[in-house]
Design a protein around this ligand. Sequence first.
Ligand code: IMP
Length: 200
Amino acid sequence: MKLLIATTNPGKVREYEILLAGAPVQLLSLNDVGLGDMDVEESGKTLEDNARIKATAYAQASGLLALADDTGLFVDALDGRPGVYPARYGGPGLTMPQRRAKLLGELANAPDEKRTARFVCVIALAAHNSLELVRGTCEGRIAQADDSEGREGFGYDSLFISQGYDVPWSRVPMDEKNRISHRGQAAQQAVLILERLVNA
Ligand code: IMP
């Protein structure tokens, strides 16, 4: 069965090749199906809304089973901010290092036990007549400082320390992060759904 990875981010397609390696599907990118220029606005208020909006739009446009995801970062001491739109945190025009600096600034002087946070990822699998949603969560905390020396990762990796670790994700090898991360957890559930769909 063919599965369209509904993202305009090429890195994400490569990531899903790894995360879904056990699934009985052939992955296609938006470019593979001529939809590379199609943009779908994330206008929902929840991760579920945004993942569903994207997966459904690309499934309809392609006629294929489509996978889309949406990730949020929720910091307890900040009433859940950055929240559903971590890439927009701090306002438009900021670089990722500036968004991380803003987050650290908002938590200035907070001790470790007050820096608890979680990443949540929702994956939507949409076909013309079906929709499945799965959610993966990774608990952790925000580091006291940005790990500018770390080699791995993107986004907030250099300041997210997942539970049971004392280093941020920028120091955790990608295959290890994939086993514990919000996206990895959601993808493990998506694999089970894909197996069921293929066997149906
Ligand atoms: P998206 O919904 O997957 O595009 O994620 C939205 C934003 O959340 C990204 O632009 C990153 O800033 C951040 N993010 C998502 N997943 C991760 C992660 O695994 N590590 C660090 N930051 C992440």
